[in-house]
Design a protein around this ligand. Sequence first.
Ligand code: ARG
Length: 580
Amino acid sequence: MNIKTILVEKANAAMLAAGIPEGSNPAVTQSTRPQFGDYQINGAMGAAKALKTNPRELAQKIIDNLDVSDIAAKTEIAGPGFINIHLKPEFLSASIEVANQDNKLGVAEHVAPQKVVVDYSSPNLAKEMHVGHLRSTIIGDSVVRALEFRGDSVVRQNHMGDWGTQFGMLIAHLEDLLNQGVDLESVALADLESFYRDAKKRFDDEEGFADKARNYVVKLQSGDAHCEKLWHLFIDTSVKHSEEVYKRLNVTLTRDDIMAESAYNSELNNILTLLKDKNIAVEDQGAQVVFLDELANKDGEPSVFIVQKSGGGFLYATTDLAACDYRSNKLGADRVLIFVDARQSLHFNQVELTARKAGLLRDETSYEFCPFGTMMGNDGKPFKTRTGGTVKLADLLEEAISRASDKLAKRDSGICDEEREEIARKVGIGAVKYADLSKHRTSDYIFNWDSMLSFEGATAPYLQYAYTRVRSIFRKSGVDSNAFSASVSILEPQEKALAIKLLQMEEVLDLMINEATPHVLCGYLYELASLYMTFYEACPILKEDVTSDVRDSRLVLCNLVANTLRTGLDLLGIEVMEQM
Ligand code: ARG
């Protein structure tokens, strides 16, 4: 159910009937103020300009042909030619009743589902996951959840970095430790950060080690069984580390979603041959290079995209071209969404241009690089530890939980310790996720513990608390909220505002999945919770002088608010609780 879509269809028909040529934008929007109605059709102005006629007169012609009697109580022209639509309370009541009885809140599934490949999280396995991977992981995961909720078919791809020269150094170091009998799980690889540091130190300082490391890279690439075994051992442990983080973060990625860089190894030669045959890649100083005039600099020099190094080695770039081929030609994706730091935008631009020329990406596949900004510390610089090191994601999440626990302990809520730990986990993780997801994807933002854990303002704790408040009404009223339904009547303006907001979930989800921007859902849930608070103040529910019809009608609104908050937060990967 999507009020906007209904109005767009009706407005299109009316515009056509009013003599406006097809394709003119009806420009339907939500009204910003109640006096402008609930929705507006703003397309008369644009059309009048094109037809060189009077916009108010054209607006009147549109209204004369507009068939909205089933949904609108009133339509009126305002200003230079806006058409304000006031929705009918009966239409809202009936739609709320339907949404309340639907386990998808009245949000329809796509009639023509798309196949969407989503590349997200994608950490490098040589090191521990750090805060830079937080954004890709949680933004990607919430978009994936929303796509699936709308009925699209999603292929998750965790494009893990498991290949490259640093693995020679790592497995050479690993081998020595194994020979010394060091326990792998609990000692050597318990902390990948220090393992990497030790290996790097040996690579730089220890005689003969660098040669051995390079030799192992070559062996690994030629399929040497011993090196491969060591490599698998290392990769497996590193993957386990990320799985722990995924579990903590409540993201849906599993081992089956891993489509790491090495998965494309056998294709890289074919990709190169194709690029050479089509004269897309040419030799330059021993390397194979694609020159891209489309991305030329101010001096007209083409952008340089290396697909094979002079020594014959392939790169991150070559792998991404192979990934295009797999996703577009093999999987037949309609969309490919890639959630990566904005600093890689040139790379993905080069990948797309090259892949399109080579036919590695079909025209029918939309390739969408979805960049995100940097998480900053309070000093306005990229988020680091006190000593300037990278912050391990696992540590950050533990700190979130312990801070949430301290905060909850200060509230006298009568909840036992064990339950409180569970709540602290949901609040702490939720707070980190909401604080991140609620910012526009492409902006940099400042990471601040106090504001994200606050119970006031747009935060996860505020929304989780709002949810518990709605739920407590059902506990007090004694009605069973499972499958609760009743007939709804919209009487007060606060009820109308709340009902309209509730019916906008589909609109919000569409925006979120089209633009890959979870912040729109975050903002929506906050507005919904705020409108609920206003409604709750103005419209008594369980007071004695409220008739049972009014009480039940309001309880339906409460029920749908609770379900929408829970479902919406779940699409963000944030859990709710019954009490806090
Ligand atoms: N592993 C890369 C990094 O940590 C991100 C990979 C993103 N996906 C891709 N297809 N290149 O920066």
